[in-house]
Design a protein around this ligand. Structure first.
Ligand code: ATP
Length: 304
């Protein structure tokens, strides 16, 4: 049966890679990064497991964004090895790196949309770059589909970034990150600046996309609710390296001052309580869950 792509390309359609079947789409070993005298990373190791959402946390300036930029080839490291889909990025020739680059999508902090292009045109940019022979009608059809997939109304396709709310701009950035059907998604603080309802909706969308598209997600965040709700594991950056990678409950047991302060401080505990309440509310048919919700709600009111 011939698909629309077959019809458009005939026998010359661009070859897509086989999906990555290895265990670790991203492997980082012995990474060093510095800006002048300022050492950011020293001997940093990290593995991203296929199919997981890996949260990346750390104090401000610990180098979360620099790590992401190094993995996607925007920051040349001083030392170390980075492998993406089993291919070395640090030793890759430019055209080899290009072959990997269309297999990931990136949502930068702030969305990084082109302000003079509509949302649809923004999404079209990577499609045109990697598939220059596609017809304009087909490219705009794909873009429209990605916009809707990102939870925006179809009409948003023709709007400019300045006409959108912050939450909508994030979704537009996500639509562009999904433009090339990536296997790997990098999200840099996707819920920063969103209200709690918008942030929670974005989290659920990320989780759904992971499940339905089989994505692997590298997610930089400060948002404790996001960590509790959707991250399979969390990597903690401190002391210039990744000091721990584990589930949130396991991390909470570790005796490191920053980890204790972060996860077991007042905000960490509030996020944990909120998650426990959400979980219990899903089982309100069970009397014990209903009782627990009532008790937790009451203690919340008393504290307030
Ligand atoms: N191009 C650059 N030139 C010089 N210094 C840089 C550059 N990019 C990042 N840095 C420095 O590297 C450090 C780590 O920056 P990075 O943005 O990765 O931190 P972060 O952990 O993502 O912080 P935040 O949580 O505040 O976003 C900071 O001190 C920053 O000033």
């Amino acid at each position: 049966m011939s698909s629309i792509v077959d019809e458009i390309f005939g026998g010359d359609k661009p070859q897509r890679h086989e999906r990555f079947r290895g265990e670790y789409p991203v492997r980082v070993r012995g990474l060093d990064n510095a800006f002048g005298d300022q050492v950011i990373h020293e001997n940093l190791d990290l593995d991203l497991k296929r199919g997981e959402i890996l949260g990346v946390v750390g104090g401000s300036g610990t180098g979360k964004s620099v790590l992401m930029r190094a993995i996607i080839g925007l920051q040349q490291p001083d030392a170390g090895q980075i492998e993406v889909f089993g291919q070395s990025m640090t030793d890759a020739e430019p055209d080899e790196a290009l072959g990997v680059r269309n297999r990931w999508g990136v949502l930068f902090q702030g969305g990084a949309l082109f302000s003079t292009l509509t949302v649809g045109e923004n999404v079209e940019v990577p499609i045109k770059q990697f598939y220059p022979d596609l017809s304009p009608e087909f490219v705009s059809e794909i873009a429209r589909y990605k916009v809707v997939m990102s939870g925006l109304p179809e009409e948003a396709t023709n709007k400019y970034p300045s006409e959108l709310s912050g939450g909508m701009r994030k979704r537009a950035g996500l639509a562009r990150a999904l433009a090339l059907d990536p296997e790997l998604l990098f999200l840099d603080e996707p819920t920063a600046g969103l209200d709690p309802i918008g942030a929670s909706a974005f989290d659920q969308l990320t989780k759904e996309l992971k499940q339905t598209l089989g994505l692997t997600v590298f997610l930089i965040t400060h948002d404790l609710d996001t960590l509790h709700e959707i991250c399979d594991r969390v990597a903690v950056l401190a002391d210039r390296r990744v000091i721990a990678v584990d589930t949130v409950p396991n991390l909470m047991q570790l005796d490191h001052p920053w980890i204790q302060e972060y996860f077991n401080g007042p905000r960490g505990r509030a996020a944990l309580t909120a998650q426990a309440l959400d979980e219990l509310r899903r089982h309100m048919d069970k009397p014990i869950a209903a009782e627990a919700v009532k008790a937790l709600d009451k203690s919340g009111e008393d504290e307030a």
